[in-house]
Write a new protein. Structure first.
Length: 344
């Protein structure tokens, strides 16, 4: 009979399965507007990007129209349009508009676009007649530069986010438990698909499970750090080729009393693996995550070798990245294995 599977805390793709509800202090997000814009989904970002430009064009288009209306430019331009045969006779002698060739809101809107995006078709321009028009020209240019800086910076950050690099950092689908150096070890394989390296890469592991304290307090997601081992020692790894990272199951390990018979009865057991490092090409810190539930841990199996020397260089066969083979492994807990060795 199929058992009910517990909800993951971290998905296989590294996404955290946490929903935030009933947040009363929504104004805190507006205090960090740039990060809020970067965190938005692409459709929302593009909508804000488009509306910010349209609204600024419309706003300053209205300002230019009001300047022309207050100065009387619209009346003179309309009179010249109605009496084209008279040339400039329909206008007062020596009349100079604030902005040439503005005779409606549409032309004022077009001039607003020309000013902000510096197109300059040449048909409309600001004259020396109105100091207010010169001031509006300066203000609109500054506002346009600010909008460009914010929106283009936001789009650049969205396209260069660190989690994009993490898409090419891969973990084995299953973890295994087998003997290594005479001790039971929890093992997984990690690799990097790109040739550009992850600098100062570190890896750590946590066990997340429901626990209860001696006082009766229930902790639904208790995070317990466990020591990881790797071929180069410590938490730092040189991820130039796929590595098998392992954890020795000793008396300090949360897996100390787990055997193959009761492994799949630990529905609340979840092991999270976190890989962090600096992207060599951009200098941005990235993080890749995955998790393993109890039914994704294979007892008595080992990963097959995938690195071989060919023509004076090392070749990695990623088609066998997650392949495992059965190996002789005691069907007992690490505690029982240590007790048996101590007796012998």
């Amino acid at each position: 009979r199929a058992r009910e599977r517990r909800a993951r805390f971290v998905g296989k793709n590294g996404a955290c399965n946490v929903a935030h509800k009933n947040i009363r202090e929504q104004g805190r997000f507006l205090q960090d507007v740039f990060t809020t814009l970067v965190d938005l989904k692409w459709p929302h970002t593009l909508l804000i990007f488009t509306m910010s430009f349209l609204c600024s064009w419309l706003l300053f288009g209205m300002v230019w129209w009001l300047i022309a209306f207050a100065h009387g430019d619209l009346d003179h331009s309309t009179r010249l349009q109605r009496e084209p045969g008279e040339g400039t006779a329909g206008a007062q002698p020596g009349f100079v508009p604030c902005v040439t060739s503005i005779h409606s809101f549409t032309s004022a809107f077009l001039f607003s676009i020309e000013v902000q995006v510096t197109i300059g078709f040449g048909g409309r321009m600001v004259t020396e007649e109105c100091p207010a028009a010169i001031l509006v020209l300066i203000v609109q240019n500054i506002v346009g530069l600010v909008i460009n800086a914010i929106m283009l910076g936001c789009i650049f950050m969205k396209t260069s986010q660190a989690h994009r690099r993490a898409e090419t950092l891969i973990f084995s689908k299953h973890a295994v438990i087998a003997l290594r150096e005479g001790k039971l070890c929890f093992m997984l394989r990690v690799g990097d698909l790109r040739k550009s390296m992850i600098i100062s890469a570190t890896i750590r592991m946590q066990v997340v499970k429901k626990t209860a304290s001696l006082e009766g307090e229930v902790v639904p997601l208790n995070q317990i750090d466990i020591q990881m081992e790797n071929p180069v020692g410590g938490n730092s790894i040189f991820l130039v080729s796929p590595l098998i990272i392992y954890h020795v199951i000793d008396k300090n390990s949360p897996l100390y009393d787990i055997s193959p018979l009761n492994l799949h009865h630990h529905e609340d057991l979840e092991i999270i693996v976190i890989l962090e490092g600096v992207v060599e090409t951009t200098g941005i810190t990235t993080q890749a995550r995955t998790s393993y539930l109890a039914d994704e841990i294979l007892w008595g199996q080992r990963f097959v070798p995938i690195v071989a020397e060919e023509d004076g260089r090392y070749s990695v066969d990623y088609s066998k990245f997650g392949n495992t083979v059965k190996v002789p492994t005691p069907s007992c807990t690490a505690r029982q294995l240590e007790e048996d060795k101590s007796i012998m």
